[in-house]
Design a protein around this ligand. Structure first.
Ligand SMILES: Cc1cc2nc3c(=O)[nH]c(=O)nc-3n(C[C@H](O)[C@H](O)[C@H](O)COP(=O)(O)O)c2cc1C
Length: 333
């Protein structure tokens, strides 16, 4: 029987449990460009309560590449100082932390919002070099790895999506070609740094002519071949609508994905109680489950779940923390 608090291996990382605190923006930089002390307390609570792995908030390559003013960038003044403290907090609790990179726009030098079809080969090389340097910067700040968000509607997601990418060179056309921009980045990071590389992808795209579930599995395989250490799925569809008789199509997709690749897969979204999460773990091949909003509502709730062997999050899924972009709970904090 699998349990959310099982110690387990996650690629090259050893985890104290199967629960992943997934990427959650902080939006609490104080004047002067440093994180407010409350963020360090939040990380201490999350890391000390039984979380297996923490993924940071999203960082864009640069301020102008952020998708919204509330999201952060690797170029904010306090990044290395603040995240050295945060990675130490995690490591003191034996919890690895990945830094999440997600940029919405890309400035290739000529065009501040260059899309997949506009990028020159030089632009592609510049982008790749900047992502590789971002991994280096995460490593300087003490992170155990990088998570490149190629899900939702972020830049690299659009680049690999045939709906947006009609390039006729080696970066367009087949799945392998469209993923090449990312595969080449992963290969260099794996070759030159001791960093876990995780990728967040969409299970499918709703656009006509976009990425299908079959192609999303082919993309995951390409990323694995390039050296990716884990895959996290974005969570718009789910979560455990497993009713014991017939599986939700998303879980069918997940089982197929897990069957076809050999690196760990993180599933998440709407997980709110320990019994249902253990049910998913024991009725599917899923081994790792992510949560975001429950940690916003109560940073250390897992400690109670662990002590009691059961538990339900106080999160009401009102989604105000998301829609108001403050990352604070409107009901409990
Ligand atoms: C306040 C808030 C901030 C978020 N920030 C990020 C982020 O920085 N990066 C990311 O990939 N997803 C982000 N998400 C999405 C979560 O990672 C997660 O996929 C989503 O909330 C569904 O999971 P949940 O039901 O456990 O909250 C955020 C969600 C919330 C509520």
């Amino acid at each position: 029987m699998k349990d959310i608090f099982d110690e387990c291996q996650f690629g090259d990382l050893k985890l104290k449990g199967r629960v992943v605190r997934t990427g959650t923006w902080e939006t609490e930089t104080e004047e002067g460009g440093f994180l407010s002390p409350a963020i360090f307390d939040r990380y201490e609570k999350i890391a000390s309560s039984g979380t297996g792995l923490i993924i940071s908030e999203i960082f864009a390559l640069d301020y102008k590449d952020r998708f919204a003013p509330y999201s952060s960038s690797l170029n904010y003044k306090g990044f290395i100082k603040d995240y050295k403290i945060i990675s130490e907090i995690c490591h003191d609790n034996d919890v690895p932390i990945l830094g999440q990179l997600a940029f919405f726009y890309y400035d290739d030098g000529d065009n501040q919002k260059a899309e997949a079809n506009d990028l020159t080969l030089e632009g592609i090389r510049k982008l790749q070099a900047e992502v590789i340097m971002a991994a280096k910067k995460f490593s300087f700040a003490g992170f155990d790895g990088i998570q490149i968000n190629m899900g939702n509607n972020f830049y690299l997601t659009r680049f690999i999506n045939p709906y947006f990418n009609q390039r006729e060179d080696q970066y367009g056309g087949s799945t392998e070609n469209r993923v090449r921009i990312a595969s080449e980045i992963i290969k260099v990071i794996k070759k030159t740094m001791d960093m876990h590389v995780s990728i967040r992808i969409n299970p499918w795209d709703v656009r006509n002519g976009g990425i299908t579930a079959d192609e999303s599995i082919a993309i995951a395989k390409e990323l694995e071949k390039a050296g990716a250490d884990s895959i996290q799925l974005t969570a718009r569809t789910i979560s455990f609508l497993y009713d014991g008789a017939e599986k939700n199509p998303f879980l069918v997709y997940v089982d197929r994905l897990i069957d076809e690749i050999d690196i760990p897969v993180i599933l998440g979204g709407n997980s709110r109680d320990m019994a249902s999460m253990n049910d998913v773990l024991n009725h599917t091949d899923v081994e790792f489950m992510s949560m975001s909003k429950p940690f916003v509502a109560q940073a250390n709730f897992l400690a109670d779940w662990k002590a009691n062997g059961e538990g339900v999050s106080i999160c009401q899924s009102c989604n105000n923390c998301y829609s108001k972009k403050t990352s604070t709970c409107f009901k409990y904090e």
